[in-house]
Design a protein around this ligand. Structure first.
Ligand code: 13P
Length: 309
């Protein structure tokens, strides 16, 4: 069922688990996330990086929304890492009600101004906004941020930023990176605890691929209720295709794609287990979520009080 990111994150935060938000690029990715979440009776999120939005356009957005609406577990659909006002506008018009307005590549004041503008816009559509201060290093979809450009989130600045922008969720940078960790992750949990002490809104951790179980569990205890996962799922997909194409095991495209979906599904299920969301779908069956399931088809602007639960 199509739920709202606000409802998913707040319920997860209250019950001390986290929602897995998985980057998808095509039908196979969507199938893998939906099947894994349904098998695990878990809520989850489908998210589109801007590169995927440009690649798949409105048909890909419609696919995500329809698959989420038809799923028997709660889902929301999210635009990840958008630095572009036109992309955010297009995503909202296409029915997405959860966006990341990512001004983190900008200087603080510009990030603040961009995020304020995008939050005002998104809230008019009844959408939920995630933003980031600090800057995460690593590589995602061809964009690399060097380690020396990375910047940890400052707790005091985080408070001022959230108050000034009115964002609904904050992505924190505490030593997490996009892509593969070149050395064992060393997350700054003291920093996370200081942010949590000052901020009640849901906290998000990007770069969840490669994070060990203990780090994930500590992050959840300290208020993280959304983890973004891309690299490990993508690697499972590409690894399967590479192996099957080299071995020429498949003649049939659907059979080959089925194998790729299964490979991704396995990684996603492992992540849902680590995030503690397995078996938690029932917690999200609020009357509001049921109303959304009935009324919340994409393309319709829902009343703010419904979509921003
Ligand atoms: P990974 O690719 O490291 O899993 O990070 C994904 C992410 O943070 C998407 O926003």
């Amino acid at each position: 069922m199509l739920s709202s990111t606000q409802e998913l994150l707040e319920t997860a935060q209250r019950h001390k688990y986290a929602i897995g938000a998985f980057n998808i690029y095509n039908l196979e990715g969507v199938q893998a996330v939906i099947r894994a979440a349904e098998a695990a009776d878990s809520p989850a999120m489908l998210q589109l990086h801007p590169s995927a939005l440009h690649y798949g356009g409105l048909p890909l957005v419609a696919l995500c929304l329809e698959a989420a609406a038809q799923s028997r577990v709660p889902f929301s659909v999210h635009l990840d890492h958008s630095t572009s006002a036109p992309d955010i506008q297009a995503a909202l018009e296409a029915g997405i009600r959860s966006i990341m307005a990512d001004g983190s590549p900008l200087a603080y004041d510009q990030n603040l101004a961009f995020t304020q503008r995008m939050t005002t816009l998104a809230h008019q559509w009844g959408a939920v906004v995630e933003a980031e201060i600090g800057r995460i290093s690593g590589t995602e979809d061809g964009l690399t941020v060097a380690e020396k450009e990375a910047k940890m989130t400052d707790p005091d600045q985080a408070v001022a930023f959230v108050e000034a922008t009115g964002v609904d969720a904050l992505a924190v940078t505490i030593g997490n990176v996009h892509g593969e960790y070149q050395s064992p992750p060393r997350l700054d949990f003291d920093r996370l605890a200081r942010i949590r002490e000052r901020l009640a809104i849901p906290l998000v951790l990007h770069g969840a691929s490669g994070l060990p179980e203990q780090d994930i569990s500590t992050a959840i205890q300290l208020g993280v209720c959304k983890f973004n996962v891309n690299t490990e799922v993508r690697q499972a997909y590409l690894g399967f295709l590479r192996a099957s194409l080299c071995g020429q095991a498949y003649q049939d495209l659907l059979e080959a794609m089925g194998g790729a979906v299964a490979a991704m599904e396995q990684v996603i299920q492992e992540k849902l287990t680590l995030f503690g969301s397995v078996g938690k779908a029932y917690l999200h069956h609020s009357p509001y979520a049921d109303m959304l399931a009935g009324a919340g088809r994409y393309g319709k602007v829902l009343p703010t009080e419904l979509t921003r639960l």
